[in-house]
Design a protein around this ligand. Structure first.
Ligand SMILES: *Cc1c(COP(=O)(O)O)cnc(C)c1O
Length: 397
């Protein structure tokens, strides 16, 4: 009953025989139940019903079911960021005394979690090169609980030997966790290649518009799913309903965006390879890629939307390049609707130092492009101009 004497009682939601076509946003933090019996039924799983938004809300559920469909998963969970998903898996499952083995070119913050945070909590970690399955598998220990891998490395776009590592993990009873952010479910299906857990930074190509920060995690085993859910809920890794709504909206065009970006990335990679001043181009489906055969085996013709390249000249040339491409956002992210350009030596990989970067082939002339929706001819022309200017030392910087 509405109390007509006070403004603080909420209005009833208007009845409507018709349904909204767009997904409603539900920002409510709490949900009212009829009585304690009903609350019991909800907590005991006899009745579906939300109680408190940290534990779940409809916009997160809708988004999670959509990504489940893309990954062939069940019961996936949406969290407040990609790193929340990585942390929930590592910290929600591992205990002191366990060991985690990671790829040596993981996303920067995942590396940090492995190097600094897990050891502080008594979980040992080590890294190995996942393009070398024999060396990688040899690094599995008797205490190894899980392996964390990305299929395509950032920014060198090397391909992990997933199938061989998955076989070793299965044989030794080690969980295989795959961060599928770069490849996306359209480029690669981790569960079909032996993954036990799949992670996404939804922030990137899935949401696709650089306006929502979100993560996703799905586990095959319901017991692991529960461990991840409990840890994430206890530590408050909850996503915002509005972000979930934006990401869901982004997903409806994901296939189209992915295909468009990938087609343009191929064209751009080939164009860059023919330009003076370009030392090398990295793109998985190009025959000159160092892991070309594995790329074909794992990705087929799906090279993805990321292209990396290296120009002649040091920092000054790199500065000239970004100056000469003012309309391409120079920003350390990926998966936006528009093309973004990043320079790992001054951003994602600055912490490695010159020698650490040199070991990966990341020089001052190294750039990574996240190709967006622009017409490919336009991108090729912009990069051609920018690279030509970068090689012209008479340009002011
Ligand atoms: C961006 C990214 C993350 C982290 O995701 P956030 O949503 O930024 O927290 C994790 N893994 C990979 C591969 C990424 O690109």
């Amino acid at each position: 009953m509405t109390d007509k004497t006070t403004l603080v009682r909420r209005m009833a939601w208007p009845d409507s025989a018709s349904r909204p076509v767009g997904t409603p946003i539900q920002p409510s933090v709490v949900y009212a139940s009829r009585d304690p019996d009903m609350l019991d039924a909800q907590y005991e799983g006899r009745l579906d019903g939300y109680t408190y938004a940290r534990e779940g809300h409809p916009n997160a559920t809708v988004l999670a079911r959509k990504i489940d469909q893309m990954e062939g998963a069940e019961g996936g969970l949406v969290l407040g960021s990609g790193m929340a998903a990585v942390a929930a898996v590592l910290m929600g499952i591992c205990k002191a005394g366990d060991h985690v083995l990671g790829g040596d070119q993981l996303y920067g913050r995942s590396l940090r979690l492995m190097r600094d945070d897990l050891p502080r909590l008594g979980v040992a970690t080590s890294l190995a090169d996942p393009t070398d399955a024999a060396a990688f598998s040899a690094a599995i220990r008797s205490e190894t609980r899980m392996i964390l891998l990305e299929v395509v490395s950032n920014p060198t776009l090397r391909l992990a030997d997933i199938d061989a590592i998955a076989a070793a993990a299965r044989e030794k009873g080690v969980l295989l966790v795959i961060d599928n952010t770069f490849t996306t479910p359209r480029g690669f299906q981790p569960f079909a290649h032996g993954a036990d857990i799949v992670i996404h930074s939804v922030t990137k190509l899935l949401a696709g518009h650089s306006d929502a920060t979100l993560g996703y995690v799905a586990a095959r085993d319901p017991a692991l799913r529960k461990a991840i859910y409990d840890f994430a809920t206890t530590t408050g890794m909850t996503p915002s309903p509005f972000d979930c709504w934006l990401a869901e909206r982004g997903l409806y065009s994901f296939d189209l965006r992915y295909d468009r970006a990938e087609a343009s990335a191929k064209v751009l990679a080939d164009h860059l390879a023919g330009l003076p001043g370009v030392k090398r181009v990295l793109y998985p489906t190009r025959p000159d890629h160092p892991d070309h055969n594995r790329a074909t085996a794992l990705l087929g013709t799906r090279g993805g939307h990321m292209v990396s390249f290296e120009i002649e000249g040091g920092r000054a040339a790199a500065n000239r390049l970004t100056h000469a491409a003012p309309d391409i956002a120079f920003a350390p992210t990926l998966g936006d609707i528009g093309t973004t350009l990043s320079h790992p030596a001054s951003s994602s990989h600055r912490g490695l130092g010159v020698e650490g970067r040199a070991a990966l082939g990341i020089t001052e002339g190294f750039f990574r492009v996240s190709v967006g929706m622009e017409p490919p001819e336009m991108l090729c022309a912009e990069f051609e101009t920018a690279i030509a200017q970068s090689q012209n030392a008479d340009q002011e910087t």
